[in-house]
Design a protein around this ligand. Structure first.
Ligand SMILES: [Fe+2]
Ligand SMILES: [Fe+2]
Length: 265
């Protein structure tokens, strides 16, 4: 079992990973007609809005947490993580521009997720919700890649997928730290509550984006199985409390810090 990365190591990873976005073939344009895929593009418009959040409250929660544990680097690591999510939003936005679809300013599903995240803005709630979104995002972007035959969008999705797996490790590292000293009975209850919340989130995302999942060759059951399979990896990672600090590898962009690779196969 790998140890958690330090905040300084995550800063190095996020800094280096930015260079991977230089390989996106923007010159190709969308190479897709809007009308035949308009219902799918509607889903992508809503998802793009979610990726563009400024995350001011998350930044506040991260600062408070960093102060409490004496780890100022965590604030920078969180800023870089949020910047990477915004890069996803900007890339999807550029693709929407290219295909001739507008970028949304508002969406009901996005507002709902913001409400839940803001209901209790501490770092554990934030990190848990973001980890769940990352998990579903892996299934979503895999579906987009299969559903919309635009080489540019497929390249964007592939880079986002490469980013999202380390993102999930970034979240599970934090949750492992936060849950480390929780008594077994409270830990058990925490995970049961997370399972219930995650099941609700999986259902809501299916209802909002089912056209994309179906076009990406999912049925409701295969989608539920895929999301829960990924989330079970995350639950296992966040509960494992081994600290092999001396044996860990420093992550680099060329070699993403992810033992979650292979999920897509
Ligand atoms: Fe993302
Ligand atoms: Fe992410």
């Amino acid at each position: 079992m790998r140890r958690e990365r330090t905040s300084a190591e995550w800063i190095d990873y996020f800094d280096a990973n930015e260079a991977n976005w230089s390989d996106i073939p923007w010159h190709r344009g969308a190479e897709a007609a809007l009308e035949p895929i308009r219902p799918l593009v509607r889903s992508l418009q809503a998802w793009q809005l979610g990726e563009t959040s400024e995350a001011r409250r998350l930044k506040t929660a991260a600062k408070r947490h960093a102060y409490e544990i004496g780890d100022p680097d965590f604030v920078t690591a969180m800023d870089l993580f949020i910047a990477e999510e915004q890069r996803h939003g900007e890339a999807l936005g550029r693709w929407l521009d290219a295909v001739g679809a507008e970028r949304l300013q508002r969406d009901l599903g996005d507002s709902l997720f913001r409400f839940f995240r803001h209901a209790r803005p501490n770092i554990e709630v934030w990190t848990t919700v973001v980890a769940m979104i990352e998990t579903i995002a892996v299934v979503y972007y895999s579906s987009v890649r299969r559903a919309i035959p635009s080489p540019l969008l497929q390249a964007i999705c592939e880079q986002i997928l490469r980013d999202e797996m380390p993102h999930l490790e970034f979240q599970t590292d934090r949750l492992r730290l936060l849950l480390r000293n929780r008594r077994p009975v409270w830990l058990w209850l925490t995970v049961r509550a997370q399972e219930v919340f995650f099941a609700g989130m999986v259902l809501v995302v299916w209802l909002a984006h089912r056209r994309m999942f179906v076009a990406g060759r999912h049925t409701f059951l295969s989608y539920v199985r895929a999301t829960f399979r990924h989330m079970r990896h995350a639950w296992r990672a966040m509960r494992a409390c081994e600290h092999a600090a001396t044996t860990a590898q420093k992550p680099t962009a060329a070699e993403p810090p992810s033992r979650l690779e292979g999920w897509l196969h």
